[in-house]
Write a protein that binds this ligand. Structure first.
Ligand SMILES: [Zn+2]
Length: 277
């Protein structure tokens, strides 16, 4: 942008931000929803963004991180004036599974967050998880568990894994291999309370311990921990039901993710079958 143009423009704000959603508007414009570090979820209009890729220094791709410069516009939405890309997450984009997980993460944030409410811990969580997904720092499934568990804790929807949600018995004192969870009550159900409060899912004791670890917020601890495949699958099954339950709807990207994992599992089964002669 030329200096004289900048002089005539009212700079509203500048902020790092992750692109959550893009929608075509009119012939040439885009409505973009970002999750910003300083202002939480914000929607902006990017004028002529579809007419010229040069206008915003290249692609405005989902879940990329940008530095934004915005101004107050005549319309309802602030106007995006400049972008510089901080992180394009190229490795995520070259891998279908990583892309599916990243789309799931940004869809949850877009649906969960109130507009214009600063949430620096959630911004940091989303940035960290996308960055580690891009660097292949931890398995994709583990990152998804950490993301969902930590988001639930920050948002005040952390499942209660300590006591029965009905009679408040200490779960540490109960001798049960598998423990039920009621989503509406937000916690565990002991065997004595099964008739009064129906569990919607059951988890093994080991999986419950793993979920508590995953939400600890300490990446070094998470990286050192070793979890069984069964625990990871159980944790994903639980969180991909628990999070949409509290969100009030199922993210569209979740069905894509599930379909991809099912196809991957089927391929594994076929490749492990002995070939007929
Ligand atoms: Zn109970």
């Amino acid at each position: 942008m030329k200096a004289e143009d900048r002089g005539q423009m009212t700079i509203c704000f500048t902020t790092p931000a992750i692109l959550l959603r893009r929608v075509d508007y009119g012939d040439n414009d885009l409505i973009l929803t970002f999750f910003s570090q300083t202002r939480g979820k914000i929607s902006l209009i990017a004028k002529s963004a579809r007419k010229s890729r040069k206008r915003f220094c290249g692609a405005l791709d989902l879940f990329s991180v940008f530095d934004l410069v915005c101004s107050s516009g005549r319309g309802r939405l602030p106007v995006l004036q400049e972008t510089s890309i901080k992180h394009p997450f190229c490795r995520i984009r070259s891998d279908f599974k990583k892309t599916a997980y990243a789309c799931y993460f940004v869809e949850i944030i877009n649906n969960w967050m109130e507009p214009d409410v600063s949430q620096p811990r959630v911004f940091d969580l989303l940035y960290q998880v996308l960055d580690r997904l891009d660097r292949n720092d931890l398995p994709d499934e583990l990152l998804s568990i950490v993301f969902q568990m930590t988001l639930m804790i920050i948002s005040g929807f952390s499942p209660n894994f300590s006591t029965c949600c009905h009679c408040h018995a200490d779960m540490g004192c109960l001798n049960m291999c598998r423990i039920g969870i009621n989503f509406a009550k937000g916690g565990l159900v002991c065997s004595a309370c099964n008739a009064a409060v129906s569990p919607m899912i059951t988890l093994s004791r080991g999986t419950i311990k793993q979920l508590q670890w995953m939400g600890c917020g300490n990446w070094n601890k998470i990286a050192r921990a070793r979890f069984s495949d069964q625990s990871i699958q159980e944790s994903l099954g639980f969180l991909e039901a628990f999070v949409p339950y509290h969100l009030g709807k199922e993210p569209k990207s979740l069905s894509v993710l599930r379909q991809f994992r099912n196809e991957q599992n089927n391929r594994k089964v076929i490749s492990s079958c002995p070939k007929s002669i």
